[in-house]
Design a protein around this ligand. Structure first.
Ligand SMILES: Cc1cc2nc3c(=O)[nH]c(=O)nc-3n(C[C@H](O)[C@H](O)[C@H](O)COP(=O)(O)OP(=O)(O)OC[C@H]3O[C@@H](n4cnc5c(N)ncnc54)[C@H](O)[C@@H]3O)c2cc1C
Length: 489
């Protein structure tokens, strides 16, 4: 069992131990071809204490926080994204609700085996008619004799075929008195009426389990209700904030793996009489990959250490880290040339595995709108950070100022209508995310204090400034969009 660490250094040491194990024991291409993770590998992860990392010490876990989960998932994802997703889902969406809202009896019943990995957790909210729109759930949770009835169909359940415990959301109009919203229940694989579907065949994350879950007229005891009836939406906000941050950490790991592989390839591949890494354009592209990866890591680092701001910062971390990983993996494939397109090289797997991260745990454009809504309420000019050299901070502050200015102008122009204007909120969210990332990158450079870190933060700040300008220069034009949509290709 891992000991509870007190410092970032100890958290890093745990992540490194996990990383060394992963490098020796996980063979990503073999897992991808097999479409599953061998039970023996999951067993080894259980023996290392990985499944109990963030579960309460009182019930056999290590009691660590979000930053430890993020560090371990980042390091695992450097090796393999399917394994990182299986564990990340268990530590994030799968068990977070139980840990945060579970009663002592629920913790006593479920956590000991979840901590050892003897049982694995899953989380099921998506349905055929409720994806991005979480308010459209059709699954119902209602009273039944002394207990609860659960009826519905869930899709795309990560860990679906591996799990023993499922946190499931549903409408609960007959529960919760005045709170007639949604509720969460804990369902067991052994419950009558719970039917696990066949494995989906996917573009990536092929070794990670994804199934449907049919909830056929289930009747379960009242003690399966998680938290307060009718407060499912509030609980989901917390659970998703955690899950998104863990997932974003995995994206940082994927980007780091793609960057490391590309450095190695461009150093040994000779064209035009020199290694690719000596070609001017390639060097610029490698520097961009490094700056983007550095910035994504900085944002996830900060998000995972400030739970008070997590609802907002997890939106930025999830959107930015998933897009950073996509961008870095795409450049990695390009710089590997034809070899990048061949599965054996491993880069194609990174590209395939990372694609879903822009969709699951909230599609990025939906989350940008949410970030825009928060920006409309909270956006303010950045305050100078005491640890940060003033020039670097002044440059970062210009990105935040551009974001704040856009919020102010949108409020002046639209007033209360801003809350319903998704195009404007989307652009505000995009700017706010760039500002969040830039501040995190500058803070990271100050923390690390090396010339390389300063250069990476400065390069990212330049990229962010150019992206803000691009957003500023493209005011949405509805009539133009309408005409474009009239065209039949
Ligand atoms: C491999 C995999 C694993 C998953 N694991 C889980 C899991 O463990 N548990 C779980 O509950 N779910 C899981 N999901 C589901 C996932 O979270 C959903 O796919 C995701 O939330 C998007 O929902 P949807 O697929 O229904 O897309 P839709 O809601 O139909 O949206 C499709 C697209 O439309 C666009 N869009 C939608 N609404 C808006 C808007 N308001 N503004 C702008 N653009 C918009 C976005 O581009 C979006 O990607 C998983 C999915 C996959 C593929």
């Amino acid at each position: 069992m891992l000991d509870a660490p007190a410092t970032d250094d100890e958290t890093e040491a745990i992540a490194e131990t996990v990383g060394r194990w992963a490098d020796q024991r996980i063979h990503p291409l073999a897992l991808d071809r097999a479409h599953h993770i061998p039970v023996g590998l999951l067993h080894e992860m259980g023996e290392m204490g990985l499944f109990g990392l963030t579960l309460p010490e009182s019930h056999g876990g290590s009691g660590l926080g979000l930053s430890a989960a993020a560090a371990v998932i980042e390091r695992l994802a450097r090796r393999d994204r399917s394994v990182a997703t299986t564990l990340g889902l268990h530590l994030g969406l799968g068990t977070r609700g139980l840990v945060r809202y579970g009663t002592p009896a629920q913790l006593e019943r479920w956590v000991p085996t979840l901590s050892t990995g003897k049982t694995i957790a899953a989380f099921a909210t998506t349905e055929p008619d409720s994806g991005s729109d979480l308010s459209a759930l059709r699954t119902t949770i209602g009273p039944h004799d002394d207990g609860l009835s659960v009826r519905g169909n869930k899709i795309f359940v990560t860990n679906g075929a591996l799990a023993t415990l499922y946190t499931v959301s549903g409408r609960s109009p007959e529960l919760g008195g005045a709170r007639r919203g949604q509720s969460l229940v804990l369902l067991s694989r052994a419950d009558a009426g719970l039917v696990i579907g066949a494995e989906e065949v996917k573009l990536g994350l092929r070794a990670s389990s994804t199934t449907t879950l049919d909830l056929d007229d289930m009747a379960v005891p009242m003690d399966r209700l998680l938290g307060v009836a009718g407060t499912g939406a509030e609980m989901l906000r917390h659970i998703l904030s955690w899950g998104r941050t863990v997932m974003a950490a995995g994206c940082v790991g994927t980007a780091a793996a793609a960057l490391a592989a590309t450095r190695a390839h461009t150093e040994q591949r000779v064209q035009f009489g020199k290694p690719l890494v000596r070609l001017a354009v390639v060097r610029e592209q490698l520097a961009d990959m490094a700056a983007i990866t550095f910035a994504a890591g900085a944002l996830v680092h900060d998000a995972s250490r400030d739970e008070a701001q997590l609802e907002i910062s997890s939106l930025s971390a999830k959107v930015f880290a998933s897009e950073a990983a996509g961008e870095v993996c795409d450049l990695a494939l390009q710089l590997h040339g034809g070899y990048g397109f061949i599965e054996e090289t491993g880069i194609a797997l990174l590209v395939r595995d990372t694609r879903i991260t822009r969709i699951f745990e909230g599609a990025n454009d939906v989350l940008r709108i949410h970030r825009g809504l928060f920006a409309a309420v909270t956006e303010s000019a950045a305050a100078p950070h005491p640890e940060v050299a003033s020039e670097a901070w002044a440059r970062a502050a210009r990105v935040r100022t551009a974001s704040s200015r856009a919020v102010r102008q949108a409020k002046e122009r639209l007033g209360l209508r801003l809350g319903g204007d998704h195009r404007v909120l989307h652009a505000l969210g995009a700017r706010a995310i760039l500002a969040d990332v830039t501040e995190a990158a500058v803070r990271r450079a100050a923390r690390e204090g090396t010339p390389a870190a300063a250069a990476l933060a400065a390069r990212w700040t330049d990229i962010a400034a150019s992206r803000i300008s691009a957003i500023d220069s493209r005011e949405p034009d509805t009539s133009q969009s309408e005409h474009c949509l009239e065209w039949t290709p």
